[in-house]
Design a protein around this ligand. Structure first.
Ligand SMILES: Nc1ncnc2c1ncn2[C@@H]1O[C@H](COP(=O)(O)OP(=O)(O)OP(=O)(O)O)[C@@H](O)[C@H]1O
Length: 263
């Protein structure tokens, strides 16, 4: 955890965040009290039992849901609506891509707001598609692509926008194991290449250990931070070598136990 009040503000800081939904049946407290920070160019994974409030937390971080109390800040500024410097990738790529637009136009869509030159737009779209291994697929439509390829397009769209913070909600849950490994390594590369800060909700403990600089484990209902676990495998990480390290197994067991107790 990078944290102290005299240093520059963390890229993302969550302080005493609480969230209660107002429903027809009354108020439903989902998040009681969360505090954690994510520094620039770090990858943080949020894990916890099903229904603990992980997606709710992401909605608060991305300004899609108002926070009930406490705060979420980006570079010290309170988040009270979708911040321009953030991009969000959902698990359900089928709902996030426009089926009537080509891959190229899907990736270009959010860039409209940035008022870039044509050349820069083309450069960013090309580089993002190349980064996800989809160079040459510009003219295809989402429905002509496999699920894994569609999710790559959704990620390319986020990369082309070059957000300072990339937030992803179970982004690889619906792709096959091989694609999942490739997309995880893509995350590590874009963090390296663009200095992006990445926050990922995942149910996959191994994925959290492999990708993260820190894992935020949520527990209790309404949710609190059970534990923040720093991970230091250094770079580069490798799907076979890193996952075979004794320290990897130790961290997996520790996080598994924490989630089991929290559930
Ligand atoms: N808009 C809403 N209004 C009322 N309650 C909601 C709303 N969205 C989510 N909830 C409730 O908040 C709780 C946490 O849901 P959330 O989707 O954030 O959990 P999660 O940890 O992401 O779940 P999962 O691991 O199953 O994806 C659940 O009980 C859910 O029913």
């Amino acid at each position: 955890m990078t944290a102290n009040s005299t240093a520059a503000p963390a890229r993302l800081s969550v302080t005493g965040l609480a969230k209660t939904y107002d429903t027809a049946k009354g108020r439903v407290p989902v998040i009681a009290d969360l505090t954690f920070e994510v520094a620039t160019a770090e990858i943080a994974c949020i894990v916890g039992p099903s229904g603990i409030g992980k997606t709710t937390l992401l909605k608060c971080l991305t300004g899609l849901q108002p926070i009930t109390s406490g705060s979420a800040r980006i570079d010290g500024r309170p988040i009270d609506g979708p911040p321009e410097e953030m991009a969000l990738v959902f698990q359900e790529y089928t709902r996030s891509l426009m089926p009537w637009l080509t891959v190229e136009r899907n990736v270009r869509l959010p860039l409209r707001h940035l008022r870039l030159s044509r050349a820069e737009t083309a450069e960013r779209v090309g580089a993002a598609l190349a980064a996800v291994g989809l160079a040459g697929a510009e003219g295809k439509y989402p429905w002509q692509l496999s699920g894994g390829m569609q999710q790559r397009v959704a990620i390319a769209r986020a990369i082309a926008y070059r957000p300072e913070v990339l937030v992803m909600d179970e982004p690889f849950a619906s792709v096959d194991a091989q694609t999942r490994f490739e997309l995880e390594d893509l995350c590590l590369r874009i963090r390296e290449e663009f200095g992006m800060t990445i926050v990922i909700v995942t149910h996959d403990i191994d994925e959290a250990v492999y990708l993260s600089d820190r894992v935020v484990v949520l527990g209790e209902r309404p949710a609190r931070v059970t534990e923040i676990i720093d991970i230091d495998f250094g770079e580069p990480r490798d799907q076979l070598r890193t996952r075979a390290l004794p320290e990897f197994a130790r961290l997996r067991t520790e996080i598994f136990e924490l989630i089991r107790k929290a559930g």
